[in-house]
Design a protein around this ligand. Structure first.
Ligand SMILES: NC(=O)c1ccc[n+]([C@@H]2O[C@H](COP(=O)([O-])OP(=O)(O)OC[C@H]3O[C@@H](n4cnc5c(N)ncnc54)[C@H](O)[C@@H]3O)[C@@H](O)[C@H]2O)c1
Length: 260
């Protein structure tokens, strides 16, 4: 399977080098599409048109905006798309374009969290009555462009955890596009954006990024606590995410009896 990587930052760089180095059986790197001033060393660089033409699969690691801008032309050209910035799919029109029109197929990466499979199963079995995700990250990684300077300064100087937002998943993933893709992942897994309540907590001390997911329904009660070390390249991203992407690429490239 010929693979191109869209976005060559903390996630895409690790994914591109691992695929280039043959670490994913059945997958071959054709190149990376990037938006930095200098090319990433040791990686073949393509423009997006060439990536669409040459790749069987484009792996989006570039952010919600890039996915919204470039995703539709990728699937419309018949190239499959694996998405890491799943929060962009809170836009129903974009989701429909990417998922329902093809001919390229849309695949979602579980990214920083797990448990999505059992949540999907439980939602199918009689539905879920409550679903919550509470994300706690190092305060300074949660500063957003829409925050005014006093609000940003409060995060820089916070001495104890502060809850920044608690709202339906759609609103939270839009407000924290680089940090709350996980809220969208849970909503997409259970098939209900309004049911999922998401909260974002800024913790000045947090050495790890945590996601606590709870759900209740007729199938049972669920609680997952995920505590990830931040990526050394981007503290807003967990270091495990590129490896979730590589696992997903591996499943698509060469099905071998692993969990789907
Ligand atoms: N699903 C999850 O659990 C999860 C977890 C972490 C991050 N993410 C998503 O992954 C995204 C990438 O994370 P990261 O840590 O690698 O970010 P990053 O900032 O380190 O890297 C993103 C790269 O994409 C490039 N880029 C942006 N727009 C582009 C475009 N139009 N074309 C080509 N390249 C473009 C940037 O220049 C940058 O190099 C985040 O923005 C977030 O939305 C998802």
């Amino acid at each position: 399977m010929k693979v191109a990587i869209l976005g060559c930052g903390a996630i895409g760089g690790v994914v591109a080098r691992a695929v280039r180095d043959g670490e994913v059986p059945g997958a071959e790197l054709v190149g990376v599409v990037h938006a930095e001033r200098t090319d990433p060393p040791g990686l073949p660089v393509l423009d997006v048109e060439a990536a669409i033409e040459q790749a069987d699969l484009i792996v989006e690691c570039a952010g919600q905006r890039a996915l919204a801008e470039l995703g539709p032309s990728i699937v419309a050209a018949g190239t499959d798309l694996l998405v890491v910035s799943v929060g962009a799919l809170a836009d129903d029109a974009l989701l429909a374009k990417l998922r329902d029109t093809g001919p390229g197929r849309l695949h979602l990466c579980s990214g920083a969290i797990g448990g999505l499979d059992v949540l999907a199963a439980a939602a199918r079995m009689g539905g879920l009555s409550e679903v919550r995700i509470v994300t706690t990250k190092k305060a300074t990684t949660l500063i957003q462009k829409w925050m005014d300077e006093p609000a940003a300064q409060r995060l820089r100087t916070a001495v104890e955890p502060v809850e920044l937002m608690r709202a339906p998943a759609r609103a939270v993933t839009a407000a924290f596009p680089a940090s709350a893709n996980v809220a969208a992942s849970v909503a997409l897994a259970v098939g209900d954006w309004d049911l999922v309540e998401a909260a974002v907590v800024a913790d000045p001390e947090a050495p790890l990024t945590s996601h606590v997911i709870t759900a209740e329904g007729s199938a049972g009660d669920y609680r997952f606590e995920i505590r990830n070390h931040p990526s050394p390249a981007n503290p807003a991203t967990s270091g495990v995410v590129p490896h979730a992407v590589l696992a997903a690429v591996g499943r698509l490239a060469a099905p071998t009896g692993a969990f789907a």
